[in-house]
Design a protein around this ligand. Structure first.
Ligand SMILES: Cc1ncc(COP(=O)(O)O)c(C=O)c1O
Ligand SMILES: N[C@@H](CCOP(=O)(O)O)C(=O)O
Length: 467
């Protein structure tokens, strides 16, 4: 399997290079040169497999010659063995046609564990094989950070620095990151938004000498391996509900566009996905794009679903590349204009192609609380604020054909957002026993302004301490 950059200038690469590089040298994101596809018979043969086996079989085409299926299977089995549910990602029926796909049974209680638990092992394997060491820099609005730290803590060949927006995550989310005191882990609170954190990470990657000096790697969904590892749970849900012989729809609470992109990838691989519903909070740039071909940036506003407080959805560039007929020059020009002018629209044909499949929905905080309450009182289901945006979106935009089930990505455990859940339902969800003392644990993090030179200085000092 070879990978291309969405900006068309980086040389095609294999999986190992893509895993370690994260972002392409030309500033673009990697995508497979061709999508692996399965026939209906091949999809049917995957029904009912244990999750780890399904994951290994679906991820292996993306890994290609980099490792055998048996080696990958060993990693998926180890990655998912510690999950708190035997199905790993169970489907819970919410009403006659909609299902919550619970992706929060991993160690840090959010969907990020589904990919990150595998990524940590992939990094270890490739770094040991090459005798290399990396410095991972990542940006988080709350969940990627703790999942990445959990997956990479105490790993010999990895240093990791996670940037989060100061005061803009939930307290549980912050503590899940800052109470990990492993020497290879550092947390930085940036005085700014998640978008500022993400821009700092991309700027470090685009600073070629710094990138080389630090051997930078990424764990955000700019890294293709993250998306590849998020594909199997959509396939598992679709197969359980009758695919490939019955179409399904997915509703995904969306911020950086990574999770919904994985659902789209399942469609590229041949499963009948009738539509992809994108739920946004008041930071609704994707909704506005789908409604009126207007992707225009506004300042990021804090909401009750902080992990989705994002304006620049990194992975949209991957979809854009496909919408523009895989034209790297056009993708680069469009993205550069977006960053310079703060807005973009795409050619009409591309926009129509996008709106034929993607449907946008937006919900404010009051609506989110009402939806959490409705789910609790109506279905006895306790949802976190992100998942609630997904269920509300599913109800509003489900396909007219009632035979098509709608799968909502349940992206976080309600205990990660106890204040919002309690406000909506009067019930404060407890943390699982292994996190019960989270609020007594010592925290360690530094605070820095949104300043590239200072952040690079911090990353360098952290890496040198551990070298
Ligand atoms: C709980 C939760 N829901 C939804 C999202 C949005 O997912 P994505 O950024 O992949 O669109 C995130 C952040 O990634 C999240 O942490
Ligand atoms: N919501 C995310 C933001 C980063 O997304 P990623 O999927 O690109 O890592 C978070 O929780 O940090």
């Amino acid at each position: 399997m070879r990978y291309l950059s969405t900006r068309g200038e980086a040389a095609p690469r294999g999986f190992e290079d893509v895993l370690l590089a994260g972002l392409a040298e030309d500033g673009g994101l990697f995508l497979p040169a061709a999508w692996p596809t399965l026939s209906p018979a091949e999809w049917r043969a995957l029904r009912g497999l244990p999750y780890a086996e399904l994951a290994a079989r679906l991820i292996h085409p993306f890994v290609g010659e980099a490792m055998s299926l048996a080696t990958l299977r060993g990693m998926t089995e180890a990655a998912y063995s510690g999950f708190g549910h035997p199905a790993v990602a169970p489907l819970v029926q919410l009403d006659h046609r909609s299902f919550a796909l619970e992706l929060f049974h991993g160690p840090t209680l959010a969907f990020k564990d589904m990919a990150m638990q595998l990524l940590g092992r992939l990094f270890d394997h490739v770094l040991a094989k090459r005798g290399e060491r990396v410095t991972i820099v990542g940006a988080t609005s709350g969940d990627t950070g703790s999942a990445a730290i959990e997956a990479c803590r105490d790993r010999a060949a990895i240093d990791i620095v996670i940037l989060h927006p100061e005061g803009r995550t939930s307290e549980v989310q912050r503590r899940q990151m800052t109470t990990v005191l492993a020497p290879n882990v550092a947390n930085l609170a940036i005085q700014g938004s998640f978008d500022d954190c993400q821009d700092l990470v991309k700027a470090m990657f685009n600073d070629a000498p710094f990138r080389r000096e630090m051997q930078l790697s990424a764990v955000n969904s700019i890294n293709w391996a993250r998306i590849a590892a998020q594909i199997p749970y959509y396939a598992a849900a679709a197969l359980a509900l009758g695919a490939p012989d019955r179409p399904v729809a997915f509703s995904v609470p969306t911020g950086n566009f990574g999770n919904v992109l994985a659902a789209w990838a399942v469609r590229q691989m041949g499963l009948p996905v009738e539509r992809l519903i994108i739920g946004s909070n008041r930071n609704d740039i994707l909704h506005r794009f789908l409604a009126a071909n207007d992707m225009s940036m506004r300042p990021v506003e804090p909401s009750l679903s902080p992990s989705m407080d994002i304006q620049v959805s990194s992975n949209f560039e991957r979809l854009l590349f496909e919408l523009l007929g895989r034209d790297g020059v056009a993708t680069r020009t469009t993205m550069e204009r977006f960053r310079a002018e703060g807005r973009m629209s795409v050619p009409d044909a591309a926009w129509r192609k996008a709106t034929g499949l993607f449907h946008g929905f937006t919900l404010d905080d009051a609506g989110t609380l009402a939806e959490i309450r409705r789910l609790w009182e109506g279905a006895g289901y306790l949802a976190d604020p992100h998942t609630a945006i997904g269920t509300a979106a599913a109800r509003a935009l489900a396909p007219a054909d009632h035979a098509i089930p709608v799968v909502v990505a349940a992206t976080a455990h309600p205990a990660k957002f106890p204040d919002a859940v309690e406000q909506a339902t009067g019930r404060r969800p407890p943390l699982p026993p292994r996190l019960a003392d989270l609020f007594e644990r010592e925290e360690r993090f530094s605070v820095l302004p949104n300043d590239l030179a200072q952040v690079e200085g911090f990353v360098r000092a952290h890496a040198r301490r551990n070298a």
